[in-house]
Design a protein around this ligand. Structure first.
Ligand SMILES: Cc1cc2nc3c(=O)[nH]c(=O)nc-3n(C[C@H](O)[C@H](O)[C@H](O)COP(=O)(O)OP(=O)(O)OC[C@H]3O[C@@H](n4cnc5c(N)ncnc54)[C@H](O)[C@@H]3O)c2cc1C
Length: 461
């Protein structure tokens, strides 16, 4: 029987937050940043570090970390695209290496910034263990290790079946790899701690303030909010999944809901039966990955398994939980850790991530150089949004750098079809990916993606 006691996001519950005031009246700034998640906050941070006198307003509709940044699994990891092997195959060696190394640097730099400013966000740099639970997944791990070696990347180690199972005791593991560049953290505490730092550095954070329109007004950009207006030289759009609601990104991103279940704290005996002495994050190699990690108070966060796209890219509070997916999550948890058969689940929540056609984030500039955007992390934005903050900072300052040359900056972004084709296509893709996951589990399929899907994706971008 499902023992779900019902609660909201554990991260929100365990992070006290006194919101900043809403915006009222007229504000003239150098840069207005729309969206109070990691992308907006890291951009504000980088800008104030680079130009301490710059006037910056961060405008968040709900509260800091309300979006994916306050709800995620808390893995700061290097993953871009579907996998390292996929990134290399699609973008080539030089671009894949540069992109991977930029995000790996971000993992290091995030740790440094968190330490320097004393942000209490439970940062643990314990690496990532990627596990295979069948031969198809093992082939994907082999391909990633081959790509890492071909690109000369450091920090990847192959793990045998015995080594993987010795680290974490699950009978389902057939092999794995360890990647050093990964940390786990408390996502809402990071977002809110970062907002405080940004405020101390001199940016102004407004919460409970919806940006209703962004328009050119002479040599300024006019940002309209319910009780006030901002006139800015430049704007940064950092609304990720919500960008689908803006005219510029209707056909560029689609929100996908991903979900998490969290257990009660495990007893010492239960932990002894699992092993897992470190704070390494764990992901498997399904298309719809399972991602899981420990919390500081001894729970297991268990996420992934499936994802839902709603018609028209709709985002609404009623989608924040999904009983069917919760059942699936608890089921796969018990398959993975049969020794924890009676552990209870105390929290369940989800949130929207932004999916792009080519599975890469997108950074660029609109409104004749005066509005920059960074979004579309495909569910892996914790560390890439730090890289994104650096890219957007360079863009605002008009600088070209190694970062502004990355393959997902100012690139030709593929377009989604209009509704209802978008939703139908997304649903066909989802089912096909889930079918392949199921076939892998029965050791039936080859390790390649469905060839039809690959052809469609190639055509789109
Ligand atoms: C359940 C879940 C688990 C995840 N797990 C991981 C993980 O373990 N590792 C990982 O790397 N990634 C993970 N992700 C993805 C990661 O959280 C995101 O990629 C990242 O947080 C994106 O940050 P962001 O600032 O771009 O967007 P968001 O954090 O979504 O912020 C966008 C903000 O814009 C605000 N906004 C929208 N419209 C307006 C408007 N008109 N006016 C003002 N404000 C507006 C929203 O309220 C929101 O706060 C997960 C996501 C989810 C949902």
């Amino acid at each position: 029987m499902l023992q779900y006691m019902g609660s909201s996001s554990y991260w929100h519950e365990t992070s006290r937050h006194v919101p900043d005031p809403a915006l009222a009246g007229r504000h003239d700034v150098d840069v207005a940043i729309v969206g109070g998640g990691y992308t907006g906050l890291w951009t504000a941070y980088q800008l104030r570090e680079a130009e301490p006198s710059m006037k910056i307003a961060v405008i968040e509709r709900e509260m800091i970390g309300f979006g994916a940044s306050g709800r995620n699994g808390g893995f700061a990891m290097t993953l871009l695209d579907m996998s390292l092997a996929h990134l290399r195959r699609n973008r080539g060696d030089a671009a894949a290496k540069a992109a991977h190394e930029a995000v790996a640097s971000s993992v290091r730099e995030m740790g440094e910034t968190i330490a320097v400013h004393g942000i209490d966000c439970e940062w643990k740099h314990g690496g990532l263990m990627v596990v295979a639970t069948n031969n198809g997944q093992q082939a994907r791990i082999d391909a990633d290790l081959e790509a890492a070696e071909a690109l000369g990347l450091e920090g990847f180690t192959r793990l045998s079946r015995d080594e993987t199972q010795a680290e974490v005791h699950s009978p389902t593991y057939v092999g794995g790899l360890r990647e050093d560049h990964c940390a786990v953290l408390h996502p809402a505490k990071l977002a809110r701690g970062l907002a405080k730092v940004v405020g101390k550095l001199g940016a102004t954070v407004f919460e409970g303030t919806s940006v209703d329109a962004i328009e050119e007004a002479g040599d300024k950009i006019h940002v309209t909010c319910p009780k006030g207006d901002v006139y800015a030289d430049q704007v940064v759009l950092a609304t990720n999944a919500w960008a689908r609601q803006s005219p510029w990104f209707k056909r560029k991103v689609t929100p996908l809901y991903t979900y998490i279940a969290m257990t009660e704290p495990l007893s010492d005996e239960q932990w002894a039966s699992v092993g897992w002495d470190s704070h390494c994050g764990i992901e498997d190699k399904r298309n719809f990955v399972h991602y899981y990690r420990r919390t500081l108070d001894g729970r297991i966060l268990w996420g992934g398994s499936d994802g839902i796209i709603h018609y028209g890219g709709k985002i609404a509070p009623r989608f924040d939980r999904n009983t069917a997916i919760l059942e699936r999550l608890t089921g796969t948890f018990r398959e993975t850790f049969p020794q924890l058969g009676d552990v209870r689940f105390t929290h369940h929540w989800g949130g929207p991530v932004a999916i792009t056609v080519n599975f890469l984030p997108m950074f660029g500039t609109l409104l004749e150089g005066r509005m920059h955007y960074g979004l579309g992390y495909n569910g892996h934005g914790v560390a890439p949004s730090h890289t994104g903050g650096k890219i957007l900072c360079d863009k605002v300052l008009g600088k070209t750098s190694e970062l502004t040359e990355l393959c997902f900056v100012d690139s030709k972004e593929p377009t989604l079809p209009p509704e209802p084709l978008c939703w139908i296509g997304a649903e066909i893709t989802r089912r096909s990916l889930l079918r392949q996951d199921a076939q892998f589990a029965e050791n039936k399929a080859s390790a390649e993606m469905d060839p039809l899907l690959l052809r469609v994706m190639k055509k789109l971008g």
